[in-house]
Write a protein that binds this ligand. Sequence first.
Ligand SMILES: O=C(CO)[C@@H](O)[C@H](O)COP(=O)(O)O
Ligand SMILES: [Co+2]
Length: 221
Amino acid sequence: MGHLQITPSILNADFANLGAEVARIPGADWVHVDVMDNHFVPNLTFGPTMVEALARSTDTPLDAHLMIEDPDRNAVTYVEAGCGSVTFHVEATRAPVRLAREIRSHGARASMALRPATPIEPYADLLPELDMVLLMTVEPGFGGQKFLDLVLPKIRRTRALLDAHGVETWLQVDGGVSLETIGRCAEAGADVFVAGSAVYSADDPDAMVASLREAAAAAVS
Ligand SMILES: O=C(CO)[C@@H](O)[C@H](O)COP(=O)(O)O
Ligand SMILES: [Co+2]
């Protein structure tokens, strides 16, 4: 397991002031940008032009979560826009190995996301091709949803598969992560934590980033 990282999602931030919103979380390891196309999920956010502007506004690396159809066609655009990590959904791609290799060859970390009901086992042999696996702990599409405890066994099984492969692949969880739920995720084996509403509904978002980090560390100490 790598060191514990906190990756705030700007989905619940003020979209009219994104540069300023990101400046409120200097303690974040990454900024998580949720790209939604209104096809793969029933919500629409922003595309590469916005992401590129955001990348210029901060030194914190961007972690793009692509909830789009046909990521095979568009994922590299987000590397070119300045993202240090690009996550595609396995349910949306025709060729996950080719896509992961393409993202890596353009210089970004390659990551693959699974919806809550998608099992990890069919993809076990792909893990060495990936820098990160993202397990969704809500149905993708919206911030502020309730954490799905039913994903916890899959987090444990994914951690066991990663350990069995002996790879450095990070294990990210996304959806409903808060002070109340982050300990369960860490204890199950996650090491990268996306938190949207928990961070941006806090009076002091950066203090919440620190508190989340402490809560995750306490669960595995
Ligand atoms: O990808 C998604 C939602 O589809 C997430 O990144 C959420 O935006 C996280 O928000 P919270 O569940 O933490 O409020
Ligand atoms: Co996300």
